[in-house]
Design a protein around this ligand. Sequence first.
Ligand code: ZN
Length: 329
Amino acid sequence: MRRYRCPTCGHAQDFEQWDTINVTLNPELKAPLLSHQLTTFKCARCNRATPVEHNLLYHDMGKHFMVWLMGYNVDGTSLAAVATLLAQAARGDKYKLRRVHSFNDLIEKVLVLSDDIDDRVTELFKATLPQRLRAQSGRSSVTLFCLGRSESSNDRLLYRLHLPPTRQTFEVPIATAQELFDDITRDLPPDTLDGEGPWQLIDKNYAARAFNKRGLNALESYRDVDLALNCFNRALTLMADDPILLANKASALGAMGRYGDAIEALDLALRLDAGNERLLLTRADYLGRSGKLEESLLCFEALVQAGFSGAAKGVERCQRLLRRRAEGN
Ligand SMILES: [Zn+2]
């Protein structure tokens, strides 16, 4: 119980704040949590309802998962200690430990994991759909929210689509989402996509990492440049400001011989990671490959001057090619 002041009228009254919720011990708390009731302050004087933002730890012993909401910059430290202890206690127990950054994400995780669904599968599926819808609708803010299993059919997922100002729901066979997940994560050793620490963040960045890894695999193992480019583009819709993704996209474009487009991608990457040696060397190299040998030579020379020793080979090659070109004429 804590004292909370109504932001509308200033009236102070007690508010029961749940920092940890164990739905196995207190199953009666689950419904009011999911309906926002537990995190809403109802003022006795002015009757106004105000959402109270605080972190919390959700624990389901029956389903073997915990979700740690750590999105709000308040009262975090004591809960972090509890989370560390719980993670240690659950080790080796096949527990799913998840971090989320907002109350809505907490609700989504709880709905999905309570229904015994793999949240990595629902997250990857979310990553594929909005892109198409975004293209169709011409709008940028399309969000998908998984509500767990469909009530009418146990082997279908229920999604809610926010396409401002409307929202609608639709269903997807779980097998379809699983197939997509299996295809993207094929050939990836287990744990490749895991983040650091026991509390995993399975969100759109997870999906972006998955598409990036699939793209690298396609590029390196199969020489499938079209698939690789597709994967990197998909990942970039989820994490647009990532210089590594942009560099990987440039590699795919370079492998296709599309050097102009590749240089464009590298320029974007360099805006985010100025002075990155690998990006600068690749850019200079692609200039040469696209036929701009003089420009390429100038870039390599400037890089040597700047102290990038790897550029010396580029200078030599450009000079050799320019000599050959002069002799040919
Ligand atoms: Zn009030």
